[in-house]
Structure formats: structure tokens, C-alpha cells
Design a protein around this ligand. Sequence first.
Ligand code: SF4
Length: 323
Amino acid sequence: MTDTPTPVLAPATFQRRLLDWFDEYGRHDLPWQCGRTPYRVWVSEIMLQQTQVATVIPYFERFMARFPDVQSLAAADQDEVLHLWTGLGYYARGRNLHKAARVLVDEHGGEFPLHSLEEMAALPGIGRSTAGAIVAQSQGRRAVILDGNVKRSLSRLHAVPGWPGRVAVERRLWQLAEHYTPHERLADYTQAMMDLGATLCRRGTPECGRCPFNDVCLAHARGEERRFPESKPRKALPTRTTRMLLLRDARTGCAVEQRPATARGAGCGACPSSMRRQPSRPGSMPTPRAAGWMPAGLPSPMSSATSAWRSPPSRRGSSASIR
Ligand code: SF4
């Protein structure tokens, strides 16, 4: 693979075709497109990672009603932020959003460092592409994006071989994205690139018949749209075994503990559990008690922040371990 991109179209032609298509078929009424402040664009970009627009809209509106600006988000408890994130998945996004709000308030006077893409990209949860999207969409300044949708479209247009997670492949895609990005209509162009990937050049079945690039797309010409972008090379998946304790109490509810910061579902409530990779023999799992949960009446190693409920000794409910 060479380091020099081999564009299929001159930038001006690419931009004109894309924006003509966007003007007619793109999405123009999304909640974050109305009042495009850096804060609103940022929250929408984070919520849209791995999540479809239709799912995000009600979450975005609830989030904005409760946290209308960086200051209100920074002042909130993480639990409240995660509560508003419940059901959206990928909770690290919510935690990073909250962390970044505090960094913005503590170190940047509550403002985004829009003058520097590097400083933007250094905020928790904001990488190079999200930083570009915030600057392009809220300021209309030239900044390049390369999110999953854009990677897919460019990989197919140019039949870029290799998995985009590889440094050389990602570098090539950034070069292509840079090559095509215009100097005008940055907010529209950025949204148009996202819309192209989300609505036409979809992961499963691209709608090449409606695509403004179907006469020049290399993957389409070869009939290999679904080959690009190439998948991550497979690794053997580890086996995990979990024992969970379900403790119910008619009066108080169900026992939960807060998942540790490094665990899957970190910060969320879950039944007390213990997890081990590939236990050597059945029955060798540690009990949930070893993971930190203790019944009421005994000295507890858990703070109130990590144990949301304790069973009264006389009312210990039924318990079941689930494997
Ligand atoms: S022609 Fe098809 S594969 Fe190529 S960019 Fe358009 S939608 Fe994607």
C-alpha cells in the first residue's frame, strides 16, 4: 500500500455531488442541528457513537433538559449522569462525558478549547474525529472527521484493503478524508458524510443504486461492497464464568452493588457477583461474598457508595446462584 491516496474524484467534484445529494436527501432537522453549540454537538456526537439517530434523539432531549450546559453537567453526580444514560449502552461514554465536563470547567473556564484540535482530542472520550466534528459543526471551521460511517464509505469508494484499525490503513483513510474536506459549508459537509454512511453506504446492504458515487466507487465496480472495510482479524475469545447472587427482600427490593471502575458495566448497579476467566474446575469459582458484598449486621468492606442495599439478618430473602 502506498502512502499517497488515489482519489476517485477531484475534491470539488466530490464535494458538489455529496452536498447536492445532502441538500435533497440528507437529515436537516435533528435536534442537535438546531442551536449548534459546541456543547450540544459534543453530547450528540458521543451519544451517536455506536448508536442510531432514532435511538439517540429522546436520550439527547432528556439529557439537554437536565444538563443544558457544561457547568450543569460538571456539577452533577456521576450516578445521575449514568441514570440518564440507562438503556443507551456503552456506559464509558457517559462517564467520559461527565469527566470531560469537569476538565472543561476546572481547566478551561467552562469553554471548549476550539482553537486547538489537539487539546480538544485530549479531553476524555473525545478523539481526533469527534474533535473535528465539534469544530466543523459548531464553528463551520475546516476540520476533518473520520468516524465509522466515513471510514466505511471511503474504504469502499477506494477499495482500501486492510482492517481500518491498523495504523497504515487508518492513516490512508485520514489522507482521503483530508483530501475531500472542503473549505466551505463545513457543518453540512460533515453531516453529509455521516448521512452517506448511515443511510446509503450502510454496513449490511448499501443502497448503491441511490448513491451519488456509484459510477466511480471501486468496491461497487467490483461487486465487492461488503468486502470493505475489512474486518478485524479474529482472536480466540476468552471464556468467562460468573456466579451471581440474587438476594430479594419483599420490603426493600433486590441487593445490588456498584460495578468496579475497571469492570464491564463499571459504575452500574448489578447483583453481587464474582468472575473468573476459565475456572480450572467446576465449583472453583469464588463466591460473590469474596467479591465484596456482605450481608447486613456484619462489618462490611463496602462503603455505602458501593452497596446500595443490605438485607436485614432476619429477612434474608431467597438466594440463588446463577452460572
Ligand atoms: S456506490 Fe455503494 S458501496 Fe460505493 S460508496 Fe456508494 S453506497 Fe457505498
